[in-house]
Ligand binder design. Structure first.
Ligand code: GDP
Length: 140
């Protein structure tokens, strides 16, 4: 096992319902440390670049509209196997299929408004962390 970093985003459906603290508690209770965090509103260009891998998917336009509909909280989580552990804490993309006790099961509104993003591999985590944070903004 190795200490890793992963990018997490608390999405607009969750910031709108004032769930940032409750979601952060889920990470901290499972041993992940929030080593950088910033609340911001994504521009359309930023959301399109961040989700570029989904550009050809039928839901891309809706996803960009949703992700720019309100503030998000971008954060770097650090801990043992942080990438996989965060995916476990988040639960499946579709809240209807998410396991009990996961963030998406407990908080998500729909497959789109599913409260959190988390990097899905160590390589993507490095790219996604660098998308939002410089090394000097990360304080382990
Ligand atoms: P994730 O890694 O679990 O976030 O899932 P994906 O990378 O497959 O999808 C990225 C994001 O696109 C998801 O978190 C949802 O917000 C959204 N999304 C995924 N599938 C669908 C879908 O079928 N319909 C809509 N409207 N949004 C979706």
């Amino acid at each position: 096992m190795a200490v890793e970093r992963t990018l997490s985003i608390i999405k607009p459906d969750a910031t709108r319902r004032n769930l940032t603290g409750k979601i952060n508690a889920r990470f901290e209770e499972r041993g992940l440390r929030i080593v950088a965090q910033r609340r911001l509103k994504l521009s359309r260009d930023e959301a399109e670049r961040f989700y570029a891998v989904h550009r050809e998917r039928p839901f891309f336009k809706d996803l960009v509209a949703f992700m720019t509909s309100g503030p998000v909280v971008v954060q770097v989580l650090e801990g043992e196997s942080a990438v996989a552990l965060n995916r476990e804490i988040m639960g499946a993309t579709n809240p209807a299929s998410a396991a009990p006790g996961t963030i998406r099961k407990d908080f998500a509104e729909s497959i789109e408004a599913n409260s959190v993003h988390g990097s899905d591999s160590a390589e993507n985590a490095r790219t996604e962390v660098a998308f939002f944070f410089s090394e000097s903004e990360i304080c382990p």
